[in-house]
Design a protein around this ligand. Structure first.
Ligand SMILES: CC(C)(COP(=O)(O)OP(=O)(O)OC[C@H]1O[C@@H](n2cnc3c(N)ncnc32)[C@H](O)[C@@H]1OP(=O)(O)O)[C@@H](O)C(=O)NCCC(=O)NCCS
Length: 252
């Protein structure tokens, strides 16, 4: 990457990194700390496969998240692997994080997940564990779009009801981020899932998954879900056929 306001040296000063057990690093970026993205910066950050998706996004905030997410993921991987950012590319896939391509190729697996909320972009990476990630702002004034009874199973709702009244919102968002992180982890493994069985996963007790929730600011809540790559999850339906992956064969 040429020397721009988005160079690794600049990102070094604003990206917050935290290591998590058993094997994950978390990279958090407050987008407000970045300079305004200019068209030439966007071209420098995005792979050509991302440009079409970028142009399809109508909301300004979502467009910025999309570009910054790819910048953050490439930066974090380059730091972790101690490789120049220019050797890395992110190739689009639907219903997943973009696929990481390195030249020379990576040795061994690398799993990662992305999430955004308002001005925050976050990326979690692991060399050995499947990863899912979610971020939320705990806003007690915001109306909850999905009732707890719909979003969570009976046991999860029982846990939520046992929270003190002033902790209810935080509990709701913690459970929500656990569910979303777990969904992303499984969806990445299976190339997309659309399955009612997922909703039965107990995101408080299922020992196949390890969740960690961090609170880096008063209202910010980040949940990482990790699992062994061999984790078994029985689907009632086959995973969706991903046409983007099929086209990807021709790009190799
Ligand atoms: C796909 C889904 C997880 C995305 O969540 P979101 O809150 O809209 O978006 P986030 O900011 O958290 O994450 C977006 C990133 O996740 C990644 N992602 C998208 N779909 C994914 C999938 N199916 N699997 C793994 N990662 C995925 C992408 O990298 C995306 O960013 P990008 O488009 O810039 O590449 C969500 O829309 C969804 O379908 N959830 C299903 C489960 C559900 O309904 N949960 C409700 C909670 S109980």
């Amino acid at each position: 990457m040429p020397d721009t306001p988005f160079s690794p040296a600049v990102l070094d000063t604003i990206v917050q990194k935290q290591d998590l057990l058993p094997d994950c690093s978390l990279w958090l970026l407050d987008i407000r700390k970045l300079p305004v993205l200019m068209p030439e910066d966007i071209v420098g950050i995005l792979h050509e496969s991302s440009v079409i998706r970028y142009s399809e996004l109508s909301r300004k905030q979502r467009r910025i998240q999309f570009v910054v997410g790819r910048l953050l993921a490439k930066y974090a991987v380059s730091k972790l692997l101690e490789r120049p950012i220019d050797e890395l590319a992110l190739i689009e896939r639907r219903s997943n994080t973009p696929q990481l391509r390195a030249m020379p190729p990576l040795t061994g697996p690398l799993h990662y997940s992305l999430a955004y909320r308002y001005d925050y972009a976050v990326c979690a990476i692991s060399r050995s564990r499947l990863i899912g990630l979610d971020i939320e702002i705990v806003d007690t004034g915001r109306e909850i779009a999905t009732p707890a009874e719909t979003a969570f199973n009976r046991h999860e709702n029982k846990w939520l009801s046992s929270q003190p009244a002033n902790e209810w919102h935080r509990g709701y968002y913690e459970l929500w981020t656990r569910k979303e992180a777990c969904y992303k982890l499984l969806s990445s493994k299976y190339g997309g899932i659309h399955d009612d069985r997922f909703w039965q996963t107990d995101c408080l007790t299922d020992s196949r998954f390890q969740w960690q929730t961090l609170r880096p600011g008063t209202d910010l809540l980040i949940t990482v879900c990790q699992a062994d790559p061999a984790v078994e999850f029985t689907l009632t339906q086959t995973s969706s056929y991903n046409l983007d992956n099929a086209f990807d064969i021709f790009r190799r």
